[in-house]
Design a binder for this molecule. Sequence first.
Ligand SMILES: [Zn+2]
Length: 459
Amino acid sequence: MLIRNAEIDFAWRADVRIEDGIIVEMGSGLASGRDAEIDARGGALLPGLHDHHFHLLAFAAARDSVRCGPPFVADAETLADALRSRASASPGGWIRGIGYHESVAGEIDRDWLDRVLPMGPARIQHRSGRLWILNSRALEIVAGGNTPLETVNGQLTGRLYDGDAWLRGRIGMVVPPIQDASLYLASRGVIGITDTTPGNRLREFALLGEARRAGDLLQNILLMGGPGLDGLPPAEGVRVGARKFHLHETALPDADELVADIRQSHAAGRPAAFHCVTLGELLFVLGALEEAGGIRGDRIEHAAVAPPDLLPWIARLGLTVVSQPNFIAERGDAYLSDVDPVDRPWLYRQRGFREAGIRLAAGTDAPFGDADPWAAMQAAVTRRTRAGAIIGAGEELTPEAALALFTGAPDDPGGPPRTITVGAPADLCLLDRPWAEARRGLSEVAVTVTIVAGRVIWP
Ligand SMILES: [Zn+2]
């Protein structure tokens, strides 16, 4: 393949020849061969993006679900219409709704759902993630034995609180359609993701490898998860990444146990990654790492609140921070009313980490955040909430630094950005405009071509 007239390194124009998945030649006026040619028309050719914090199966499931709450659905009638039209598209199949909120139709239950969806099984998740509402057909399938389903006067209401794992066990593994999710990512220049789901096991490893083989999954995957993934060799573009520790301030594990688990993970050749959204969680992890010792690749996911006095400690331990600048845009207005004013300047910091010598990378955390990395980069540049307020003045990044959040190597996020050079893998994305234009509004760029290992995955 030959890409003509591409802008390289934000600066100069060149033709780029790709053979066997590798960039083999760069320069002006390269001879045409029998290769397919793409005219870049001066658009910026960049390293393909890697989203360093993502939940692929949940993202695919969310794209396949009916959105049941604001801002997509505001009233009962619209919700009923959305559910009915999904049911008529897949008669008898499971209907899955997400994001329900009482402002739409009040405290709905099985009776409400039965009136709308009398035939096939349906389940709707509350926006909090803690409540499912099931219709009668769904209850017939999952009920039985000792259930956590809510009853009133001996009758099942269809409401299920904190019963996620139980419900999954009863319904069985439902594989969401990966192809549509993967194509969306390709359309935004994403050539790889790190799947940070703590519950990833052999099953997910096999499933994603299978999706790659079938051609449904186009990106490379670095798969975090539990100790069950130790020692698995890479297969079909899926590689095992860090061991993920999902901590919650309200239920922290025993500190000695955590230290032992970190050591075990390091001994297995895997870095450790920690979900830290509160100051308490961050302090707990730093203490544990101090004792266990860190290795390159250990990472803090989110580091949502990081006051200045902790930065030298994070730097000394050699940790990488994987942040979600998109949350500033998506949730910033809520932070401004909910987060203690003392903590607000230290929310999802960027420049503060970099200036303290801490490696910084980003991931969108989709489906919990918007999956568009360009919107995330834009938020990293502006630090603006949807309503236009600025969070963390002084934390803004240049557009080039924002891009670098997504162009570090998968196993060295926040390390040196990958570059377009002879000998490098042809994992690329091509923009519809030169960088000087793109940097003025990163969320507006269109990606015209995305390439993984020399193969065009978009369009
Ligand atoms: Zn996450």
